[in-house]
Every structure is written in C-alpha cells, then in structure tokens.
Write a protein that binds this ligand. Sequence first.
Ligand code: SF4
Ligand code: SF4
Length: 376
Amino acid sequence: MTLAERVRLGILDASQALRLLAGGHRRHARNYMIAAPALRRGWTGSTFSVLPLSTGLPRCIEVEPTTSCTLKCLKCEHTHWHVPQRNMTHEEFLHIARQFPRLCGVSFAGSGNSLEQPEFIQMLEYCHERDLYTQFRAPLLFLTRKRAERIVQVGVDRIVMTIDAATRATYDALQPGSEFKRVIANASYLVECRCKAGAPVPELTFVFTVMGQNLGEMPQFLELVNDITIADTRSVRRVAFIPLLAFEQTQELAVTVPKSLIRETREKARRLGRFAVTFGGLGGRHRAASCRFWAVPFITVEGNYYPCRMMCGRNRRRQADKHVFGNLFQDDFREIWNSKEAAAFRFGLRRATPPELCRVVQCPRCAAAGDRAGDP
Ligand code: SF4
Ligand code: SF4
C-alpha cells in the first residue's frame, strides 16, 4: 500500500470515528480509533509496538470462531484440509476475551465461514456490550434478513467480503459451492438495512484476490461494487485488490499483475467516484524487522496463540503448531505473553533474520520469504 493510500484510509477511519462520536457512541468511537488502524493495517501507533519487551497486554485480537465452511474456494487452504472442522463455543470465546482487560477491538478471521457458526451473533453481541470495534470476514452466502438487521443493530464496524470476480461464470469457477446472485443480493440488503437505520456502520470492504482467471475483471469489479452499494449515497466504497497467498496446491493460480491494469483500475475508480481502492502487496514488500503484526495476537479455533494472522493462509498450520507459545483454553494469556519464549520472539523480529516461526509459515511479509503480499 502506498503512503498516499495509507493517509487516505487514515482520514476515512477518522471521519468514521467522528460519525460514531456524533451519534453519542463515545467509547465505541475511541475504540474505533485505536483498533481500526491496528486491525486493518497493522499500525498500532504507540510505544507498545516499538517496545517488543513491553509487558502491557494487546488491545486488539483476532479470533477464529470456526473452521466450518461448506464452500470450496480454489485459493483457500481450507479446501485442502482433511481434519475435522470445529466451532469455538461462545463460552470459549468469552474465556479468551476476558483475558484482555484493555481490549478495544476484535477481528473474527481465519479459515472458516463465521456465518456458519451457530453462536456467532452472540459473540458479536458481547463485543457490542463492551463497545469494542468489531469486524469479520464472510462471503455473506448465509446472511439471512434477520441476521443482517441484527448485525446493523449491534454495530459491527466492518465486514470484509471476498468476491473474487465481476461475473457469475468466473465466480462459479473460483468459489464453487457459493451462489453469485445470492451473495450480491445479501450484500445489497445489508447496505440497504444500514442506510434505513441511518447507521454509520457496518462498512463493507470488498476484497478481490487477484488470480490468473479473474485478472481481466479488475476494472469491471468496481462496477459491481457500485451496483451493490447503490443505496448508499454517502459513504466511500473501499475495495482492496490483493495478491494470492499461494501454496503448493494453488501455485498455478498465482499471477503477476501488469502495471497498466493497475493504472486502468485506478482510472476507473476515479471516473466512478467515491472509491478508495488499494493494491496492497501487488507491488511491495514488508520487512520482518519493521513488523508490527505481532501486536495483534491471533487465536485459533483450538485456542492456540499465534503471534499474528499471517501464520494462517499458506496451509502451514501443522508446522506452526509445533512452535506455538501456548493455548488460551489451558494457559493464562498474561503468562504466555510474558514468557521468555514469546518475548524472545518479539525481540527477534528486530533482527535481520526473522524468527523461525515466521520462516516455517513462509510469512509473505518477511523479506526472507522472498514473496509478496499486502494488506486487505
Ligand atoms: S475462502 Fe472462506 S468461504 Fe472460501 S473456502 Fe475458504 S473459508 Fe470457505
Ligand atoms: S509471521 Fe512474523 S514477520 Fe510475518 S507478520 Fe507475523 S510476526 Fe510479522
């Protein structure tokens, strides 16, 4: 992501927080300002992130509520798993969240479909009670009207929708098991609900993972987003084009994006207006030494503590699990965080060679991994 894109997104975040403040949601607005930059761009903006030996606990976490998913997206590690799927219970989630007294934001992420998790709405309600910034990822296939209305009511801040195509044919080929028309209708209904309620959130961020099959549809995708959000005449539409996190089984889907196509897509966004489009990772690298992502722990559906979300996605969990520092269902997070191993890991990120854990998961942010990826 370029500096200009980062600044623009920072301004958008600030204006969103101001809208919450104007609506009387003071604590939520404060949490938004702290958590949105950290969860969206890995920017924690405090001494906490530059002092790896800090004993203060993180303010934001990422939690995997489920590994259940009935879809078979070609790009996804989940499609290649042969292990039983699992749901985190609401009680387990509470047990995790209560270990973070300074918590400001929660992102529900990982490999699974949150909307297939039967207790997911309860988890969102808990976050609402604590005025936390909340975001989740889901393809919205299973979003019922009742759920859409509840999601608006509980003030979820951001929903990340991955639609990797602008046409039904490409969508069906890349995301088998899903239904293009239904996903678009559900997303449009969510936008409509929010507009009717006059609520500033949830904001939809549209993610398009660029692969060989959908490369040519990048500019056209903006028209699709325009149609989905037609009811919303005020907000800026956020779209992120990101590279594929390729692994052994998905290597042939990866592609290099020509600069001319990026220019054409930017131009299209400018012509349509009210678009904030990013191309994170389609042209840059991130050095582990400047990594801040460790400041947002990722808790897997089994309770394992991963230092960051980049440990997922490349189908390397078996390898990562051999190196984890603890499990939040069994151990106290404060003790794990302050353990010698975890502190040494954080300190190791400042060295030229990334820690072993970052290397075994082939983190795309490590210069050593020799790869490219970016911010959603
Ligand atoms: S990308 Fe998401 S929706 Fe698709 S298979 Fe993976 S977990 Fe399921
Ligand atoms: S895997 Fe390591 S280098 Fe990569 S983002 Fe996570 S903590 Fe940073």
